[in-house]
Structures are given as structure tokens and as C-alpha cells.
Design a protein around this ligand. Structure first.
Ligand SMILES: C[S@@+](CC[C@H](N)C(=O)[O-])C[C@H]1O[C@@H](n2cnc3c(N)ncnc32)[C@H](O)[C@@H]1O
Length: 283
């Protein structure tokens, strides 16, 4: 396993050619049409607040059979280090994804020379259905953990909603909850705020089937800065250097101060771009 601190965020920004954060975005007709369609579904699910009941994943009991030796070895290390066995609580794929997120955090903290966190209020911004709540609990050992998701009632083809899945994922986890809210309007102090792959350009918003009306990155990053306690940390995971540079501009504009960055080259699951993890504080 190798982790390398390759770039400062300024380095990311220099690597950036022509990708600018959308201060006043102009969307194409096609983007507007797609956004309108997603907005209909968003409004419907938000008003309906549909729940078919808690969705409980059938625990796999074992890891995916097709894992390589190096994946198995890394999982074994994580199990020992963090005392987890995700496959006892969820599907084999969800378990592997939890090991992947835990591994990214573990590599990053080692690279930054920081000791493993313990206690404090942790917010996860943009949690989808919060399938990785267990990995966050295992790593941060928080006093409270809250996953906040703006489109928390999206309905899946099987009739369950994100809310239903999230209730299953947080079940049995102490002081852990899932909140459906726009984080830009969520006023709660936190010691650690983490965001995995936040949207900083419009294209992924549409690819994720979210309406562009919900895309307000500067408001989101400003709220992150104002919710963060003075000694707190904001940890952000982006896909590749361009996205990291774009996100870094929003952070700076929100008054956040850059602390560390890491590009993780070896991940448990193949990724189209190396995850770039950066750490920010208020001063
Ligand atoms: C790229 S997805 C990442 C999902 C999840 N963090 C993961 O790693 O699988 C970004 C998520 O952020 C959510 N989101 C976007 N803007 C948000 C906001 N203002 N407040 C809360 N959630 C938001 C989206 O609905 C989406 O689920």
C-alpha cells in the first residue's frame, strides 16, 4: 500500500486547465431539459416522503469470492486494526465498499501523520443512503455521527427509498442518524465534517440524476465553514486533481484554510480517477 502526498492544492489548481467553478453557471438547453425531468422526480419524492419500511441487507457472512490476494490481505489488516467485519452486517459488495472507504481514511491519516480520531460530532455531507455509516463509525469513533442528504427520499426500483436503506444501515449503530436536509441550510456545529465526492461542477449533478436547482456549491461550502468548530476539520474526497482544484476554490472562498492533501494511488476497488483527499480548517 502506498500513499503519496503529491500535490499541494495550489499544485492541483495549476494542473487545472479551463475548468472553472460555476460562479454564475450557464446551462445548455439539453442540461436544462434533463434538470427539469430530475426536478419533477425530486419534488415528487420529497413531497411523498415514501417509506416501504426499513431495508435490511442480508449479511453475506463472507467476502466476495472474486477478490484478489492483495485485496484479501488489505481487508485482513483493516479487520484487525479497526475490529470490523462488515460482511457480517451487509451484502458482500457493500462490505467491500465499506472496507474501501475505511482504507482511504486509514491511508490518509497515516500519510498526514495524524493519530486516529476519537469522539466529537461528525457530519457526513451528501450521504446518498448512508451505506458507509459503519466505515465512518469505525474510523472516527464519534460521539455522534449524522449523515445529511438532500435527496433522501429517492425511490429505488424495488420500491424502497434511500431513507429506508439508511435506516437499515444505521440500525444498531450508537448515536448515528440519517437526516434528509439541504446541508447549505443545516445549522449545527460539528468537530469533523466529511464529504465524499461533493458536486462542484454541473455535469456530475445531472449524471447523478439531481436537478441543477439543488446545485449551489458556494452556499454548501460556506455552511460547512460556518458549522465547523474553531478546532474542527473538514475532510473532502474528490475524484482526481481537476475536481479537487475546483473544490479547493470553493473552500478558500468560504474562508477555509488548507491543511493537508493526499492522492491515494492504491485503492481496494478500481476507480476511474485517484481519490484526492484534502483537509481544511477555519484558521
Ligand atoms: C457524488 S454523490 C456521493 C454520495 C456518497 N457520499 C458516496 O460517497 O457514495 C453526492 C451526494 O451529495 C448529495 N448532495 C448534493 N448537494 C447536497 C446538499 N446541499 N446537501 C446534502 N446533500 C447533498 C447528492 O444528493 C448526492 O447523494
Amino acid at each position: 500500500m502506498t500513499t503519496e502526498s503529491l500535490y499541494s492544492v495550489t499544485g492541483f489548481e495549476q494542473a487545472l486547465s479551463g475548468v472553472r467553478p460555476p460562479d454564475s453557471p450557464r446551462y445548455t438547453v439539453c442540461q436544462r431539459l434533463r434538470s427539469g425531468y430530475h426536478a419533477l422526480w425530486y419534488r415528487l419524492s420529497d413531497q411523498l416522503r415514501w417509506s416501504r419500511g426499513i431495508y435490511r441487507e442480508q449479511p453475506a457472512g463472507q467476502l466476495l469470492t472474486e477478490l484478489s490476494n492483495s485485496q484479501r490481505t488489505r481487508v485482513a489488516v483493516l479487520r484487525r486494526q479497526f475490529g470490523v467485519e462488515f460482511e457480517r452486517q451487509c451484502h458482500a459488495l457493500t462490505a467491500l465498499k465499506n472496507y474501501e472507504y475505511l482504507d482511504l481514511l486509514a491511508q490518509t491519516w497515516t500519510d498526514w501523520g495524524m493519530s486516529r480520531p476519537a469522539g466529537g460530532v461528525v457530519h457526513d455531507v451528501g450521504s446518498s443512503n448512508f451505506w458507509y455509516a459503519r466505515a465512518l463509525r469505525a474510523f472516527f469513533r464519534p460521539t455522534t455521527l449524522t449523515g445529511i442528504e438532500v435527496e433522501g427520499y429517492r425511490i429505488y426500483p424495488n420500491g424502497y427509498s434511500r431513507w429506508d436503506y439508511a435506516q437499515g444501515y444505521v440500525q444498531g449503530l450508537p448515536r448515528t442518524k440519517f437526516v434528509v436536509a439541504d446541508y447549505a441550510k443545516y445549522v449545527e456545529p460539528a468537530d469533523t465534517i466529511i464529504s465524499w465526492y461533493p458536486f462542484v461542477t454541473p455535469a456530475p449533478v445531472l449524471a447523478w440524476r439531481m436537478p441543477l436547482g439543488l446545485f449551489a456549491p458556494q452556499a454548501l461550502f460556506s455552511r460547512i465553514a460556518s458549522n465547523l468548530n474553531p478546532s474542527g476539520l473538514f475532510v473532502m474526497i474528490n475524484q482526481g486533481p481537476n475536481e479537487a482544484a475546483c473544490a479547493a476554490r470553493f473552500c478558500r472562498k468560504a474562508g477555509l484554510v488548507f491543511r493537508h492533501s493526499t492522492e491515494v494511488r492504491t485503492t481496494l476497488r478500481a476507480r476511474p480517477m485517484p481519490p484526492i483527499i484534502t483537509c481544511w480548517s477555519r484558521c
